[in-house]
Design a protein around this ligand. Sequence first.
Ligand code: ZN
Ligand code: ZN
Length: 291
Amino acid sequence: MSKNMKIKYYGVRGSIATPGKSFEKYGGNTTCVCIETDKDLFILDAGTGIRNLGNDLLKRQFGSKEGGKAHIFFSHTHWDHIQGFPFFLPAYLPQNEFTIYGETKEIKSQDENNLERIETWSIERTLSTQQTFMFFPASTQNMGAKLKFNEINHENSIKTKTTEIKTLRIFHPNNSVAFLFDFFGKKYCFCTDVEHNDLMIEKISDFAKDADILAFDCQYTPDEYENGRKGWGHSTYEIAAEICNRAGVKNLHMIHHDPSHDDKMIDDIHKKALRLFKNTTAICEGQEFFI
Ligand SMILES: [Zn+2]
Ligand SMILES: [Zn+2]
């Protein structure tokens, strides 16, 4: 029995997809990662990258009569993390089953009399709203596969036969969730859409302690962050390197590349990041890792 965890990135662009020649190396699809062990398949976020993942899965058991099962975890529900879901073809086949996890949000709004009310948005409600008829022809109810929705409860980790998944709420407009996958002591930490402050740096350093890989939101250069991007919900390679050094992380994966950063600019940012933390990779769409 193989005891490896395979991580493949299907989308590493932040905010909005960026097709075009100057984005070919790092890729234009928004966030989606696939993690596989010998027994489980996990999907992190459903940005536009999940369309290619779906096509790959259809060539395997998810396209067969027996069907397949996977878990899908949502860090949060900004467009760049959910937009690919309606184009995830395995979810339309009745033999497949997906267990979906996301945070339930309480959102303040005003009713017609200007009275404040609280709206509850479960992951099920948010995904099905994205697929109401005004926006997309097929509803989530018509997707065919068995979709089981679960709320993330940060008190309890999620356990499968082989893997324990811990969660941490992180600072971002309307919050995001970081995930730590522990597969027989091999640890992959996914931490995207996070803006740093002292408390966050401390909490994430504890959460990612001794991880083999930390995938971290490196959307901005430190200069961009300081000049007009504060409060936008993202971080820098400088902070990522600080966390990796503090937490004893073995490898840093830079993700959530800014849509205005072309290949040349990301190459340049990567060089600067390497000076702060040796084992840093600026992730390209399609890259695979084994731990
Ligand atoms: Zn994002
Ligand atoms: Zn976001």
